[in-house]
Design a protein around this ligand. Structure first.
Ligand code: ADP
Length: 220
């Protein structure tokens, strides 16, 4: 499982992560939240390594690749040099496509699908690696609320440990077992969503006064 201890990351003069210690437990679903520039992406990158698959924020829109070939890239580490994908590789890609409800996209091209479809395929690529931990960088950033709900439902169905960054509040806290709140490169609060996402904590992290209300809407 990914873990960092007393990690500091600098970009020139900028301290992006400031002495952060953080460990992910198997089966956890962690939201890393905080304002822009608070170090979320840097933390995610610091956690990346063996056993993790990173789902990037943006997949290029002009990839001249078939969707199935794109997901097969997740098998690169498993493919022996100069060999065609094995039956196990093909099966892994089939499972990954099915997991994100994208079996019907297999024959399409990456440069002729929607942003939401590209994102599902990026998740499928990560699943095809068979890594037990998914690190997702702002996966909900460009989605409307309905697509966001669908994404969270999809992630909930996957049998993976998940670490996901977001700068957007509110979000579907029911999905997460832990929330880590970052501000200026430091973890300023972490724990259960209902404890961490208090008006006080959010006001302190964002530097603006906020008052949170819980709004629940029935599903249509
Ligand atoms: P977040 O994901 O919360 O928006 P980041 O981890 O991307 O935050 O960035 C943390 C800080 O590090 C910010 O101040 C950002 O401007 C800076 N930073 C990130 N990447 C670079 C880079 N490649 N070069 C210089 N500064 C960077």
């Amino acid at each position: 499982m990914p873990e960092i201890r007393n990690r500091t990351v600098r970009y020139g003069q900028v301290v992006a992560l400031d002495d952060v210690t953080f460990a992910v437990q198997s089966g956890e679903r962690v939201a890393v939240v905080g304002p822009n520039g608070s170090g979320k992406t840097t933390l995610l990158r610091a956690l990346a390594g063996p056993g993790t698959a990173v789902v990037p924020q943006n997949v290029p829109t002009d990839l001249a690749l078939g969707c199935r070939e794109f997901v097969m890239l997740g098998r690169t580490a498993h493919l022996s040099a100069w060999h065609a994908p094995s039956r196990a590789d093909e099966e892994s890609v089939d499972r990954a496509l099915a997991s994100v409800d994208a079996a019907d996209l297999a024959g399409r091209r990456m440069d002729a699908i929607s942003g939401g479809e590209r994102q599902r395929l990026a998740i499928a690529l990560a699943l095809a690696t068979e890594a037990p931990v998914l690190l997702l960088d702002e996966p909900a950033a460009h989605l409307d609320f309905r697509r966001r709900d669908e994404l969270m439902a999809l992630l909930a169905r996957l049998d993976r440990t998940v670490v996901m960054t977001t700068h957007e509040l509110p979000f579907d806290t029911d999905f997460f077992t832990r929330v880590v709140l970052l501000a200026r490169g430091r973890i300023v609060a972490e724990g259960r969503p209902e404890d961490v996402l208090s008006s006080e904590n959010i006001a302190a992290a964002w530097g603006v006064p906020v008052k949170l209300r819980t709004v629940r809407c029935a599903s249509v």
